[in-house]
Design a protein around this ligand. Sequence first.
Ligand code: SF4
Ligand code: SF4
Length: 412
Amino acid sequence: MKPTITVIQAQDDRFLLFDTPTRKWVRSPAYNYNFNKETGVFARWGKTFEDDPKFAPAGPEILDIEISVDGCPNGCPFCYKGNTPKPATNMTLAEFKSIINKFPKTLTQVAFGITGIQTNPDFIPMMQYCREIGIIPNFTLSGIDLTDEIAEQCAGLVGALAVSAYQTDKNVCYSTVKKFTDLGINQTNIHLMVAQETLPFVYEVMNDRMTDPRLQGINAIVFLGVKPKGRAVDGWNTLRTSQYQELIQFCFDHNLAIGFDSCSAPKFEEAIKQMDLPDPLKKRMIECSEGCESSAFSGYINVHGEYWHCSFSENEVHQQCVDVASAENFLRDIWYSPAVEEFRTKLLNSEIDGCRRCTVFPQINPEFTGVSHSLEVLKNEGRVRKQQFEQQLCSSPQGRRLQHFGVWMATG
Ligand code: SF4
Ligand code: SF4
């Protein structure tokens, strides 16, 4: 099938977007990507294949969008959103369409922030609309309020999904996983919130992965690092770098497929660097890991239609949002707005050894959670800007909440 071709003008550059039912690709002199809508495989490059663009100049590649607040059948003690079972605030289908239609069509995937799967009555129509306009919908659920009928509807629309495993009853997760893998969703993942306090449960699920027949069809177990936000502001501690290394080593030793949020990429890369692996393999693994991509390659919009850099940054000290409803031109009014450009500049300056750090919660970075080998090496090479870390520490926000993340692994 011949692709539809759209020309996108951003700043002084032109981008050609090619779109078919199964593929999407962008071509320009310094920013290019290929996206396979069926498998989720995504490859980005710049002037040459070796070039790595610093950000997506034609607009975000992925979007995290919150369509419900509250109305959640779970009451997780670490919910970064602080969601409760009280009546929900929902985004309507009309609001969703109005927001998504403002995005340049370079957007490839959307991760829906739902609470319960039945909380927003427009959830299925929203996913249908995404498909109509060539964007792949993904979401994370707990499964507690899933029915067979809703599972079948979702299975016909979703690209990738993740089922959160909770210690209160892991069987809800495992049965939900089986339901979706039986329905043919190959990209079914398990989400695990990883903190020092949840580490025994994390290992329990890893062991179950090897023995429980309900989990045989999953794609990967995805580790989401705790952030001090919402109900996780107190009492939940990020893993030390050494603990993260042990976890990754365990997965490799047992040949388990894993993923992780981009917030954890610096710790993952630290772990890889210290492992006894051949250098080409280390290089390949680090290439598969991408540091924080907020407002560089992705964005987040909350239920009120506010654009934030990521869902964790919402309402944090020193963070600013942009109102999407009043934006006439997404690129001009949001992607290149002063608030977004300021965040992006800080993010790009946070990079160490090719990996962007969290600028919202610097205390989750490996520099603050244990001895960092690469930091020491870089310091010796004089490449670390000490001032940058001091600034990060100083700007460390005091009021925080935590999340269960959308499927940024997405269809990959
Ligand atoms: S973490 Fe997810 S499932 Fe748990 S209370 Fe929050 S929104 Fe609900
Ligand atoms: S800004 Fe921090 S919390 Fe937000 S996605 Fe990036 S690394 Fe994660």
